[in-house]
Design a protein around this ligand. Structure first.
Ligand code: HEM
Ligand code: HEM
Length: 126
């Protein structure tokens, strides 16, 4: 795996480990306040990012494009901000609400970009 595929897949492992750590802490402490933080770290950070990595590994031409690099940078950064903001928000720090709102909108836009990249790559005749 190289480039964008490699970054997505390796970071999905880091998000997965962090999310599982949080899940175990929640289970052990019987305090599930951080459920949304755990859930989004797992399903976006681990599952979605692993899928992005596999996708770009299968479509090297799409992975080599500037759009794919933009998708990677924006998705990684916005998810990182979103997870920190969710953690603080559900920890009671309401001042993190704008960070959560902005990062979630930016993440959604990055997914829109991915949908364009993937649609174009998958529907192209070989
Ligand atoms: C060692 C493994 C794990 C532990 C100890 C753990 C722990 C937890 C706990 C304590 C909750 C809160 C349950 C509740 O309050 O209803 C939860 C929810 C959740 N977990 Fe995990 N988890 C683990 C692995 C995973 C994995 C591998 C994924 C996804 C790939 C995942 C995704 C979710 C999701 C989506 C929710 C929210 C479910 C809902 O909304 O009802 N978890 N987890
Ligand atoms: C980045 C934009 C996103 C926003 C703003 C968002 C927002 C939300 C909100 C407000 C909830 C309800 C939380 C609650 O009732 O406590 C939720 C739940 C959930 N979302 Fe998302 N979501 C986003 C992205 C995603 C994505 C991309 C996935 C899947 C890949 C996902 C999977 C889930 C799951 C499994 C739950 C149930 C677990 C929970 O209650 O936290 N979300 N989301």
């Amino acid at each position: 795996m190289n480039g964008v595929a490699r970054v997505f897949f390796l970071s999905s492992l880091v998000f997965g480990l962090a999310g599982l750590l949080l899940g175990n802490i929640m289970a052990a402490s019987h305090d599930h306040t951080q459920l949304p933080t755990h859930a989004h770290t797992m399903v976006v950070g681990w599952l979605s990012f692993a899928v992005f990595g596999m996708f770009y590994h299968q479509f090297p031409a799409a992975a080599a494009s500037m759009l794919a690099k933009i998708h990677m940078a924006v998705a990684e950064l916005s998810l990182l901000v979103l997870i920190v903001a969710l953690y603080m928000l559900y920890g009671g720090k309401m001042s993190f609400e704008p960070a959560a709102a902005i990062s979630s909108i930016v993440y959604a836009l990055s997914f829109l970009l991915f949908a364009f990249i993937a649609w174009r790559a998958v529907s192209a005749k070989r």
